[in-house]
Design a protein around this ligand. Structure first.
Ligand SMILES: Cc1ncc(C[n+]2csc(CCOP(=O)(O)OP(=O)(O)O)c2C)c(N)n1
Ligand SMILES: [Mg+2]
Length: 375
């Protein structure tokens, strides 16, 4: 029987009672009902003091680098939107604007030899894993200097050197591949951890459930990160998912899980560090549901007529970059002058990447037949 709004509310109440206060969710209706964002604001305020304390305990250089990576991601993608509209980038282009705290908070808690796999919204994650802005921008341009020689484009960033295994276009497909990567690490006896990212719409796929079942059964060192940006193309989560708490779905497999505020980079970092510890110690997997909001359309060709401007504006008040800057300033870690310098460095890095992409040649015709695998 389809769930009514009331029965969903009851389910959310019981989530709160089960000791995961942040997991009480309100439906994202796609209307101007801001219950969810107001709740997130209130919970953030409650956490703020401990967040500022953990900032004070964290290495200043690392905090600066975290902010730099978030700002770089934002400026890089704003440039992508600009040059896409000018016709410089072909095919699909999905932007990550609004979700930067998820990539930075989680991936900067990893070791360089840990592995990452993701979906098609992959430009920022590729850079946070250490791939250069040049190799990502040139890939977007379909040029020879791109990370996969211009053959993958926006959705298929990849670098074996940086342990970044894509960039996948089939919704949920990478969850099975990521599980296999974690299996390989365990089989080889390394203590590498795999971070496997996917959107909330992928959770309704069989691949999610089959993979989590196996990962817990076989104790695979995989951290499943659901980037809940509240929309799958033009469909809000509440229109597509009967049980709204994604984190709690892991209970069905007896897997550790946490709901995390995806606008709070420190909260993302801390939850990931806990998951990494579980994974390295005894190979236990974790599911993290990290909730943010997609500020831009699904892709560059999205007309966006399924939500209101007011809804977007309300979530932009919790812009992860603004929240992090405020906390860094309040903790006296960085000043306005530092922010200006960081922004300037990011602008220069993006300009350099753009110049590289523009000057890089298109792949030669003979490249059509190299690095191509057909079974
Ligand atoms: C198996 C499959 N079904 C449908 C699609 C079409 N499709 C592309 S993106 C998308 C929405 C996915 O949303 P979500 O997983 O929440 O990720 P987000 O785009 O929000 O990052 C859909 C349905 C696809 N690529 N693959
Ligand atoms: Mg989504």
């Amino acid at each position: 029987m389809p769930k009514t709004a009331t029965s969903r509310k009851t389910e959310q109440k019981s989530e709160k009672a089960s000791g995961n206060p942040s997991s009480e969710t309100a439906d994202s209706t796609g209307s101007s009902d801001f219950v969810d964002v107001e709740l997130a604001k209130a919970e953030y305020l409650k956490r703020r003091k401990s967040q500022l304390e953990s900032i004070k305990k964290t290495d200043k250089k690392l905090l600066r680098e975290m902010l730099y990576q978030m700002v770089l991601g934002r400026i890089f993608e704003e440039k992508c939107a600009e040059v896409y509209r000018m016709g410089m980038i072909g095919g699909f282009c999905h932007l990550y604007i609004g979700q930067e705290a998820i990539a930075v908070g989680s991936m900067m808690a990893l070791r360089p030899d840990d592995m990452v796999i993701t979906a098609y919204r992959d430009h920022v994650q590729a850079m946070v894993k250490g791939m250069t802005p040049e190799s990502v921008m040139a890939e977007l341009y379909g040029k020879e200097g791109g990370c996969v020689k211009g053959k993958g484009g926006s959705m298929h960033m990849f670098s074996k050197e940086h342990q970044f295994y894509g960039g996948h276009g089939i919704v949920g497909g990478q969850i099975g591949v990521g599980t296999g990567m974690a299996y390989a690490a365990k089989y080889k006896g390394t203590d590498q951890v795999t971070l496997c990212f996917f959107g909330e719409a992928a959770v309704n796929q069989g691949m999610f459930h089959e993979s989590l079942n196996m990962a817990e059964l076989w104790k695979l060192p995989c951290i499943y990160i659901c980037e809940n940006n509240q929309y799958g193309m033009g469909t809000s989560q509440s229109r597509a998912m009967s049980a709204s708490s994604i984190a709690k779905k892991a209970d069905a497999f007896h897997m550790a899980n946490e709901f995390v505020d995806g606008m709070d980079v420190m909260a993302v970092r801390e939850a990931t560090l806990r998951a990494i510890e579980r994974a390295r110690k005894d190979g236990s997997p974790t599911l993290l549901e990290i909730r943010a909001y997609r500020f831009m359309g699904h892709s560059m060709s999205d007309p966006g007529n399924y939500r209101t401007r007011d809804e977007i504006k309300k979530y932009q008040e919790r812009d992860p970059i603004i929240l992090f800057k405020d906390s860094l300033k309040e903790s006296k870690v960085l000043s306005d002058k530092d922010f200006e310098q960081i922004e300037q460095e990011a602008i220069e890095a993006v300009d350099k990447a753009l110049k590289f992409a523009e000057e890089s040649p298109f792949p030669a015709e003979s490249e059509l037949y190299t690095d191509v695998y057909a079974d």
